[in-house]
Design a protein around this ligand. Structure first.
Ligand SMILES: [Zn+2]
Ligand SMILES: [Zn+2]
Length: 332
């Protein structure tokens, strides 16, 4: 058995390449495992692809001509991936259908988190750490400066700010990533303000799939009906000063805009640090609870996070680009 890294992790077992979140399609004799439907975790594969039903539906909605041969994964249900490898998908708390991969190989365990959130939101449960010998963990917010407030208090403060804006006669625009964050924002607006917001077509498409899986979101597609609601939810990439100005002119009222992301860019809007990823202290806490013998960090601040794991927890940690067959096999 061999572990390889070339933009994504590959486990080679008796000639079969198990590609995890592969972003290219050119590996011979391979199968794919796709953790979730964000575009940095898959490509249009014409090969056997293991993923959850929810992710399958999201992938089909994203790609005009999907080529996958899907095999179903179910959260918490173990399958035999090969003669030597058992796979258990675990909820990663990131977006609809997202999962972590736990591998059991000859009495040793390996956890691959992909993108995960160990704090629950209105639309996702939390990712739960499980003991593993080897941990592959994302490090999107792997620097100490990424310190997010507790979600409940963020929802509370934000709902008060929006209520005040509405009392002042303002129109509200909220923006996040159209898959994951915007469904959380819809749920937040429904539950904290009792309002049915307008949404753009991309957010609409993904929200329909959320509702198919029981999320009960209430929204209306923006389609020449801007006066239907005082709240509009958009992809954050479309929110900029020109858009907000034209909206002000069209509505003839002030517009208040909010952007929800873990990053520090606001595009002239108010910034709310709500993320579908774990912040720094949640990442460290997760590693501590998994209690692995070795950690490989991937995505984002992988070098800094590996150094911090080493300093704070005394656990051997390296960025995945430095994956070393020999040291890995020592632990298996
Ligand atoms: Zn993601
Ligand atoms: Zn990602």
């Amino acid at each position: 058995m061999q572990f390889k890294y070339s933009n994504f992790l590959i486990i080679e077992d008796e000639g079969l390449n198990i590609c995890i979140d592969p972003t290219r399609n050119s590996i011979n004799n391979s199968i794919a495992l796709v953790s979730h439907a964000h575009t940095d975790h898959f490509c249009n594969l014409s090969k056997t692809t293991y993923t959850t039903k929810e992710t399958q539906e999201l992938l089909i909605s994203i790609l005009p001509n999907p080529k996958f041969y899907f095999r179903d994964l179910e959260i918490n249900k173990q399958i035999d991936l090969t003669k030597n490898i058992k796979l258990t998908p675990l909820d990663s708390g990131h977006i609809l259908g997202s999962c972590m991969f736990k591998f059991d190989i000859e009495n040793k365990s390996i956890l691959y988190t992909s993108d995960f959130n160990s704090n629950p939101s209105l639309t996702s449960k939390s990712a739960k750490p499980v003991y593993s010998d080897i941990l592959f963990i994302e490090s999107t917010f792997g620097k100490k400066i990424f310190d997010f407030k507790e979600r409940g208090s963020l929802y509370y403060t934000l709902s008060n700010d929006i209520k005040k804006d509405l009392d002042d006669g303002k129109f509200i625009v909220l923006g996040g990533y159209s898959l994951g964050k915007n469904q959380e924002i819809i749920s937040f607006i429904n539950q904290y303000l009792g309002v049915v917001p307008l949404v753009d077509s991309t957010t609409f498409k993904f929200s329909e799939i959320y509702n198919k899986y029981g999320k009960n979101l209430k929204y209306k597609l923006l389609d020449h009906n801007i006066y239907f609601s005082n709240i509009l939810i958009m992809p954050l990439s479309l929110i900029n000063k020109d858009f907000l100005n034209s909206l002000r002119l069209q509505l003839r009222k002030p517009v208040s805009s909010y952007i929800m992301t873990g990053w520090n860019f606001s595009r002239g809007s108010r910034l709310v640090h709500i993320s579908d990823h774990s912040d720094y202290k949640s990442l460290i806490d997760f590693v501590d609870k998994v209690n692995p013998k070795i950690v490989y960090t991937m995505h984002g601040f992988s070098k800094e996070f590996a150094r911090n794991i080493n300093n704070e927890l005394g656990i051997v940690a390296k960025p995945i680009s430095e994956i070393n067959q020999k040291s890995l096999l020592d632990f298996i």
